[in-house]
Ligand binder design. Sequence first.
Ligand SMILES: [Zn+2]
Length: 285
Amino acid sequence: MGKVEWDIVVPIKLPISLKNVEPGKLHPSLLRKIPQGGQLHYLAADAWNAMVDAAKADGIELKPTSAGDTYRSYDSQKAGFLSRYQLEPIANQSTKTFEGKTWYLKKGMAMMATPGKSNHNLGIAVDIHSAGENKRLKWLIANVRKFGWSWEVVPSEPWHIRYTEGDQIPQAVKDWLVLNPKPASMFGTPAEQKAAAEAKAAAENVSADANQSKEDPSSLPVISNPNKGKVVKKLQSLLTQKGFPAGADGDFGPKTEAMVKKFQKSKSLPETGEVDKATWAALLS
Ligand SMILES: [Zn+2]
């Protein structure tokens, strides 16, 4: 099979918390629910959630093909395997060895790893819904590495990606965590939770400092999409501090406008997307 554009197959660095665990039998404290259904190892969950949000900002929806295509327990992997493979030989069908026996892939079924052998059993693999769809695949090709993911089998399994970066959290995921710190009740290593809490406190300090100078909203110009420059940077910084991540590129485009509208909605202001005096006042309060 020749190289394809998305032949991005990176070896997995296993998180320390996954060394010496039995695949498919992870302790619940290692797993985190993801919003679209299903569970992942907590490091993979952060990387997944960060990537889903980035895709959403670009108008691409990422979700698993089903909740069962995230973490799979040993028993669910075994049930899936037994539904697709049989002991009675079938000519020219691919085979797998499981429990010392040769199993034959049933006709028309997609291959499946033997129980305990899949990265789904470690909570670091996701099968993406409609991954081969042109726009979605293009986005994935351009972005998966940033968030620590890569494919395992190309090109026959465009949907199956794995989190490869172990405990070395990619920068894009760290950036996302600063804006989305884990509540203390969520799972994660103590060091991660501490770092997230500190980052949140630092963001709140910046906000408190900004408040102390009590800027007069009427001294700021009314701005809207399109616009560029220092005032836009200030707007983006205030939006981000208020929990509406708007970047920091100083470019008032559709993304910043969308965040302005969300912010306005949260303050029961008219959702115009235009930063008028009332919006500035709410941002500075
Ligand atoms: Zn898969």
